[in-house]
Design a protein around this ligand. Structure first.
Ligand SMILES: Nc1ncnc2c1ncn2[C@@H]1O[C@H](COP(=O)(O)OP(=O)(O)OP(=O)(O)O)[C@@H](O)[C@H]1O
Ligand SMILES: [Mg+2]
Length: 490
């Protein structure tokens, strides 16, 4: 199947168009030239025929009944003739030859109508002839013998055929030459466009969506001359690259400022929060009796301060992870981490069933033990906090290929469907009012996602009523992925 014209490469379209136009032009010129030459030669032949008729008639006058020699009049070439004398005797002849015509050839000549016009006739064995019949008009010299004289049309067809042959050879050679030379020239002229496209392709492969992007590759200066089409594209692309670069730098600067602000603010809030909590506790426990209302209020101040401290810690951790702060890089065996975390969760939420499944061999990853512990704590806390009493929670650790796979599964009611796509985003929470009462901020899973990503791993969740599974995949210590991930974050 031939592809639509508009999908062909520009260079092919240009070459095809140019060669087609050139071929057409050449064809038209060749046709006109040929027609003109043929017309000219036919006119000459027709004049020569009249002349030959006159000469043949003349030779008949000088030698009436001249037999086969009547065609030997001087100045006639490539001619045949037939004469019919008064006795009905047919004589025929060929100019420049003593032979006479065969009966078939004579018949062909005699078949020409005597209407004073020239007719093309195929004379068997001799080829095509232009034949005219002269009946010997009264008053004309010579006996009134009808004669038919033909001149060979090779006078016309020979040069015309030669011309057509030359034109065809020249035309085909010219079109092929123009095709090749044109293709080469167009290729060379379009090469700068290829370089511009390569620059754009290189940029499109860069991770521009986050972090510091650095200097972007620009189109080389030689391809940015705005006087040429490709230079115009190159120069425009460079302007765009400059704009994008500036925008990315501005974005990075503003992100850094916001992160720094959050980190600073969280850090600054820690001390006053600790003071509030401490003073509230001190006052509540002071010897002087505190009225019950005030004691309740102090208790609330204390618990809210605790909640806020946790929130501030989470914010600070997220800000640090966002800033790509270097993590610890040490081998961490995940199995004891899982056991400890489940034991703590059991102590905190004793009304759930807690189960652990571990692999036979160790699953070591390279990373920050405290952060990894936090991943487990957050996932297990969710499974304890967002499910009813009696729920079974299973924490399992397996090795798959070059990955350590941690899964926390529960048979609780599941995550609401509308929350599922955004559950790893910051401040994404289920039923807001209820969760908040339970001391929920919606940062737990965001921290899980950030820690796992900074370890070069992945986390995902599947949830339906009765089965919610959070799966974390971390590169094992031996796998090259962990080296890459650590190199990227460290
Ligand atoms: N195992 C689970 N079962 C049901 N819902 C869950 C489960 N884990 C998480 N969720 C839902 O996902 C939401 C987001 O969880 P995330 O841990 O990010 O925040 P949180 O637990 O509400 O608050 P935080 O962890 O910051 O104290 C939760 O509010 C809850 O609605
Ligand atoms: Mg949580």
């Amino acid at each position: 199947m031939i592809r639509p014209w508009s999908t062909w490469p520009l260079r092919v379209r240009l070459v095809v168009t140019v060669t087609l136009l050139l071929g057409t032009l050449f064809g038209v010129m060749a046709t006109v030239t040929t027609i003109q030459l043929r017309g000219h030669l036919q006119g000459t032949l027709s004049d020569q025929l009249d002349d030959a008729l006159g000469r043949v008639r003349g030779s008949l006058v000088h030698s009436p009944g001249g037999g086969g020699n009547f065609m030997q009049a001087p100045g006639i070439r490539d001619a045949v003739g037939v004469a019919l004398d008064s006795g009905g005797q047919v004589t025929s002849g060929i100019a420049g030859s003593s032979a006479s015509l065969t009966q078939k050839q004579i018949n062909a000549l005699r078949s020409v109508p005597a209407d004073g016009a020239a007719h093309a006739v195929e004379v068997p064995g001799l080829g095509s002839y232009l034949v005219k019949v002269d009946t010997g008009a009264p008053g004309m010299p010579g006996p009134r013998t009808p004669i038919a004289v033909g001149l060979s049309e090779s006078y016309v067809s020979g040069p015309v055929d030669d011309l057509i042959e030359t034109e065809a050879v020249l035309g085909v050679a010219g079109v092929i030459l123009v095709g090749f030379v044109g293709f080469g020239l167009i290729r060379v002229s379009l090469r700068p466009l290829d370089r511009v496209a390569a620059t754009a392709a290189r940029i499109s492969m860069l991770p521009l969506h986050e972090g510091e992007v650095g200097r972007l590759n620009r189109v080389p200066a030689q391809d940015t001359d705005p006087r040429t089409e490709s230079g115009l594209v190159g120069a425009s692309l460079n302007r765009m690259i400059d704009h994008v670069s500036a925008a990315l730098e501005a974005r990075h600067a503003s992100e850094t400022r916001v992160r720094q602000f959050v980190a600073d603010a969280s850090h600054e809030l820690r001390t006053p929060l600790a003071s509030i909590k401490g003073y509230a506790e001190l006052t509540r426990r002071s010897r002087e009796s505190v009225p019950p209302d005030a004691a309740y209020a102090l208790g609330r101040v204390e618990s809210e301060a605790t909640r806020m401290t946790a929130l501030v810690e989470d914010l600070l951790l997220l800000a640090r992870l966002d800033a790509g702060r270097p993590l610890e890089r040490e081998p961490v065996d995940l199995a004891p981490l899982v056991v400890d975390a489940v034991r703590d969760a059991h102590a905190a939420v004793p009304d759930h069933r807690w189960e652990v499944r571990l692999p036979d061999d160790a699953a070591e990853v390279v990373g920050d033990e405290n952060r990894l512990r936090q991943v487990l704590v957050n996932l297990l806390a969710n499974a304890g906090k967002h499910t009813p009493a009696g729920t079974t929670v299973t924490a399992s650790l397996t090795r798959e290929d070059r990955w350590a796979v941690l899964a926390v599964a529960d048979d609780g009611p599941g995550i609401p469907q509308e929350l599922l796509p955004t559950v790893f985003e910051r401040f994404a929470r289920g039923d807001g009012s209820r969760s908040r009462k339970a001391g929920s901020t919606g940062l737990g899973l965001a921290i899980v996602a950030a820690v796992v990503a900074s370890h070069g791993g992945q986390v995902w969740v599947t949830s339906e009523p009765g089965e919610t599974v959070f799966t974390v995949r971390l590169p094992l210590e031996t796998s090259p992925a962990s080296v890459v991930a650590v190199a990227a974050t460290g």
